[in-house]
Design a binder for this molecule. Structure first.
Ligand SMILES: [Fe+2]
Ligand SMILES: [Fe+2]
Length: 271
């Protein structure tokens, strides 16, 4: 029992760590860890999470400046934005493992393996930023990813639907366009980094699918209808075009993709 308690504390400490290098080192030590023993009130025990450095400054999404990818400044801004997504993704994976007790061992192993991937993705992007003389934190960013985590702290079924299967799945849709534009601009090294990330994100979304369906079965729910209902409850409309191939590999059913937005019409997040 004591060893299992220590496993939970190690996950929490990685989640609370505000220093990117310390967080990455802690995450590396967690990979392959088996089920932790959660405290009686994990939400209370996770107060103050997640840890993040004082910079980047977090702005409302509409206040984050956007630049075209034709300029080096625009491409650096894009790399910084994706680095911020990956930093948040480390915390999201750790939070899934730390917050939700009573899941099979494989659930915790899956999310700790995702945290290890995200830490590596963050490192690759930070290296690319350094090639341009920019550090993580030099640009402002927004907190949309973590806000969805906060809305879904009460139920792992909601978390699996709305974080991996909405937010991470959105990355599958938009990353091929970023890769193409970076290549057009001659930045092949950054394009290669995003190609690795896109390839590995399919597995993260598939893990979300796996556990979303597992939780639906546990509660006697029809997964396709439940996914569509949750999108409506949270005011989320998915925005086509979709990366159909990657989404199919990640376990989306035809009906989930067809029913995800009204007639697959352009939608927006309203909540
Ligand atoms: Fe990632
Ligand atoms: Fe991911």
């Amino acid at each position: 029992m004591a060893e299992s308690d220590a496993r939970w504390r190690a996950i929490r400490d990685a989640l609370l760590s505000a220093d990117p290098d310390d967080k990455r080192a802690r995450v590396a030590a967690l990979d392959g860890l088996s089920a932790p023993c959660h405290p009686d009130a994990p939400a209370t025990a996770l107060a103050g999470a997640p840890g993040r450095p004082p910079r980047p400054v977090l702005l409302h999404p509409r206040d984050v400046p956007t630049r075209g990818l034709g300029s080096e400044a625009g491409r650096v801004a894009l790399l910084h934005a994706v680095a911020h997504i990956e930093f948040n993704a480390i915390n999201l994976a750790l939070d899934a493992a730390a917050r939700f007790p009573g899941m099979p061992d494989a659930f915790y192993r899956d999310w700790l393996s995702v945290a290890a991937d995200e830490a590596r993705h963050f490192g690759m992007l930070r290296d690319r930023l350094a090639d341009h003389g920019v550090a993580y934190g030099d640009h402002p960013a927004h907190n949309g990813l973590w806000e969805m985590a906060e809305k879904t702290t009460h139920d792992p079924l909601h978390r699996m639907a709305l974080v991996p299967r909405v937010l991470e799945a959105r990355g599958l849709d938009v990353t091929p366009g970023m890769i193409a534009r970076l290549e057009q601009a001659g930045d092949r090294r950054s394009a290669d980094v995003l190609r690795v990330i896109l390839d590995e994100e399919v597995r993260h979304v598939a893990i979300g699918t796996r556990w979303f369906r597992w939780l639906c079965a546990r509660h006697g729910l029809v997964s396709d209808a439940t996914f569509t209902a949750l999108l409506a409850d949270y005011g989320v409309a998915l925005r086509p075009p979709f990366n159909d191939t990657a989404r199919e590999q990640a376990g989306f059913s035809r009906s989930e993709m067809m029913g995800a937005g009204p007639g697959r019409a352009p939608g927006r997040q309203t909540r």
